[in-house]
Design a protein around this ligand. Structure first.
Ligand code: F6P
Length: 409
């Protein structure tokens, strides 16, 4: 699927920055975000190519720019990754992320020239973190567990990695506006500088990167309590909660009081539909109702049961079964539509540093869940999201931990 607007050609996002600044982390976050929005996105990590071609455990002097053997081996793997990236973009790839240090203007000019020759638009993304605590954290949390330092004494590994950084520092040239379009992220999203950037996709990325932060906090997802439509197997509508659903709302309130006693410590969002708002009422906390969180609009099928749709509109039923992701209910929505309208919710969740509780609906929560778990959007349409469960997600640097709490009493 290609939903890149008319102003965007195939694009290479070329990461720039010293080691341990969060380039790979940022690359992966961009990959997850753009993939979820429907862009075919892939990270090409030059470090992984190096580990395969040259071996993982190279001492720091391999990275010394004055070591001609190391320099030429590193250039070779960088070129190999770049050529794979361009080939992939010539196929069905939309956005490729070239994850390497690219610390000199000369190296960047070479990368940009090769991409442009092949009709690939280049956007540099520089991660210029100067916060020693973030760098220290990155070294300890990601580098020590990297295959480069497996079985090595942690202090020796840290020392070696610091020496490796020092080699890059000697030659590092920050991006200059003459080099083309770039985004510079400073201090883990504290500020984003934009230079020569034009176009829809690049502007979307600026917005996304501005809202990223490293604060660890959970995102809790739950469907509303059982509704009268759930009882009758009808879809859509704006029904009230059933007695069982009202009970769930109270159990959820107890769960929240135990888990987050301070009412201000959690941000609570519901859809604008009655069943979600009624689920939030007994919590006795402030909540915000978003229309973006409303359930998939079933159009002319709203209020029907699946059995009725099958009997009365067999072609619609079959079409949805055949391609549930793209199928759009007549005068309603598809899952693809739902994802597009959920984008501001994702940006807000990314921006929020407090725990967030989202009380919404089956299709909407499938879409949000897919984002946090890097599940391809078209694969989200049948994910199990039962009633009366809280899914507690804890997004971290390279994935997402999950706890499912059943509150079915
Ligand atoms: O049945 C509950 C419900 O939230 C409906 O309102 C909605 O149409 C449906 O789930 C979405 O699930 P699916 O995409 O599997 O039909």
């Amino acid at each position: 699927m290609h939903i890149i607007g008319p102003d965007t050609r195939k694009m290479a996002l070329v990461m720039v920055g010293l080691p341990a600044r969060g380039k790979s982390y940022t690359a992966r976050r961009i990959e997850r975000y753009l993939s979820w929005l429907g862009y075919h996105t892939r990270v090409f990590n030059v470090g992984q190519y190096r580990r395969v071609r040259v071996g993982a455990q190279m001492p720091h002097d391999f990275f010394d720019p004055d070591n001609p053997k190391g320099e030429s081996a590193r250039r070779e793997v960088a070129l190999e990754a770049l050529s794979d990236l361009i080939e992939w973009l010539h196929g069905d790839g939309d956005v490729a992320i070239y994850d390497a240090t690219n610390t000199t203007a000369e190296r960047r000019a070479m990368v940009a020239a090769q991409c442009q020759e092949q009709g690939v638009q280049v956007l540099f993304v520089e991660i210029a973190c100067d916060d020693p605590s973030i760098i220290e954290d990155n070294i300890r949390s990601t580098k020590l567990s990297s295959p480069d330092y497996v079985d090595m004494d942690p202090d020796d590994a840290v020392r070696d990695f610091r020496n490796r950084i020092a080699h890059y520092e000697r030659i590092y040239q920050p991006l200059h506006p003459d080099e083309g379009a770039f985004l510079r992220v400073t201090g883990a999203g504290r500020s984003v500088t934009v230079s020569n950037v034009d176009g829809y996709l690049a502007s979307r990325l600026v917005f996304f990167l501005m809202n990223l932060h490293l604060t660890d906090r959970p995102v809790l997802l739950t469907r509303h309590g059982e509704s009268m439509y759930n009882v009758n197997h009808q879809i859509g509508g704006d029904p009230d909660l059933s007695p069982q659903g009202q009970r769930y709302a109270h159990v959820l309130a107890d769960f929240l009081d135990a888990r987050f006693p301070d009412p201000e410590s959690v941000t609570i969002w519901t859809s604008s539909l009655k069943r979600a708002v009624q689920t939030a009422n007994p919590l006795g906390r402030r909540s915000l109702a978003w229309r973006s969180l409303d359930e998939i609009n079933a159009g002319i099928c709203d209020g029907m049961t699946y059995e009725q749709i099958k009997q009365e509109m067999p072609l619609e039923f079959e079409a949805r079964h055949h391609d549930k992701f793209r199928y759009r209910y007549p005068r309603g929505e598809s899952y693809e539509d739902v994802i597009q309208r959920l984008e501001p919710v994702i940006i807000e969740i990314e921006r929020t540093r407090k725990p967030v509780l989202v009380i919404a609906h089956q299709a909407v929560l499938r879409a949000l869940y897919a984002y946090f778990n890097s599940i391809a959007p078209h694969e989200c349409t049948r994910l199990p999201v039962p009633l009366h469960r809280v899914l507690e997600l804890r997004p971290h640097a390279y994935g997402c931990q999950e706890v499912r709490v059943s509150l079915d009493k």
